[in-house]
Write a protein that binds this ligand. Structure first.
Ligand SMILES: NC(=O)c1ccc[n+]([C@@H]2O[C@H](COP(=O)([O-])OP(=O)(O)OC[C@H]3O[C@@H](n4cnc5c(N)ncnc54)[C@H](OP(=O)(O)O)[C@@H]3O)[C@@H](O)[C@H]2O)c1
Length: 259
């Protein structure tokens, strides 16, 4: 299916690995000119070379930390006239309420919610002028059902969901859609490191924790980053012009609620 995205411009943050890298690659495969961001420049360059190797698209690099306002402003300067914004970063540390220092709340706010607001603020005027835009926020199934030891993620991603829904309500009539995509357990470095932390706490192994994640999923396996990326690419296209303001899980059936 040709999604007719050739020539559109995308900014994908948190894109040197995992879900963000998969999203950037999938968009580039559709002919989208992608700007990719992450903090580590060497890995970002490797990802750009991987994308160039698999597509005809040479990604623009916009290194920086999305938890820092100045860095976001530089990233936005590099990625001019963004049609498709994919907001993503690393996840906040796990922990229950009493495990976390107050300072960690501020850090998680800057990483997850303040970054989404500032990135959106930076691209939305151009989208409104062009009467076309796609805002896509990578959140988590934690938004649909909070995960016990991910209170920072549960809290700030709920904020991102409120931001997304309100933007959708206000600007859908101007040709913008805003949606959240909610990964379940997806095989990335982040999931590996969560499994490692759980294994240390429970005196098991990371492999055993990953197997336990998979056993919870009706599909019987972990997700693959490209499975979330496929949804992102579809949402970016005109085929999805009438889908806005929703949070869509890509979780192998992990969420068992009816709607
Ligand atoms: N994988 C899952 O099962 C899953 C499930 C639900 C939700 N999520 C959420 O989805 C997001 C992506 O997950 P993932 O599994 O793809 O993570 P990942 O494998 O750890 O990749 C994270 C990417 O974001 C970049 N990044 C991290 N912090 C950043 C920052 N402050 N500014 C800019 N870039 C940053 C990383 O590169 P640098 O470190 O070089 O910056 C890397 O490219 C996370 O927020 C995670 O919590 C993941």
């Amino acid at each position: 299916m040709d999604l007719q995205l050739k020539g559109k411009r995308a900014l994908v943050t948190g894109a040197s690995a995992g879900l963000g890298a998969a999203a950037a690659l999938a968009l580039a495969k559709e002919g989208v000119d992608v700007t990719i961001n992450a903090r580590g420049e060497e890995k970002l360059e490797k990802t750009a070379n991987m994308i160039l190797g698999e597509t005809a698209v040479k990604p623009v690099l916009a290194p920086g930390d999305v938890a820092r306002e100045n860095d976001i402003d530089r990233i936005l300067e590099t990625a001019a006239d963004v049609d498709i914004l994919v907001v993503n970063s690393g996840g906040p540390p796990p922990g229950q309420f009493i495990d976390l220092a107050l300072s960690q709340w501020g850090e998680a706010h800057r990483l997850l919610l303040a970054s989404a607001i500032r990135l959106t603020r930076g691209v939305i005027d151009g989208m409104l002028e062009r009467k076309w835009g796609r805002l896509i926020y990578i959140t988590s199934i934690a938004v649909l059902q909070p995960v016990n030891d991910l209170i920072l993620s549960n809290t700030y991603r709920a904020g991102v969901t409120g931001l997304c829904k309100t933007i959708s309500n206000n600007y859908a009539v101007h040709g913008l859609t805003a949606n959240c995509v909610c990964p379940g357990y997806t095989a990335t470095e982040r999931l590996q490191s969560l499994a490692q932390k759980r294994a240390e706490a429970a005196s098991t192994t990371a492999e055993a924790e990953l197997a336990a994640f998979a056993a919870d999923v009706p599909a019987g396996r972990l997700g693959r980053p490209e499975e979330l990326a496929a949804l992102i690419t579809f949402l970016a296209s005109d085929r999805a012009a009438y889908i806005t303001g929703v949070s869509i899980p890509v979780d192998g059936g992990l969420m068992r609620a009816l709607i």
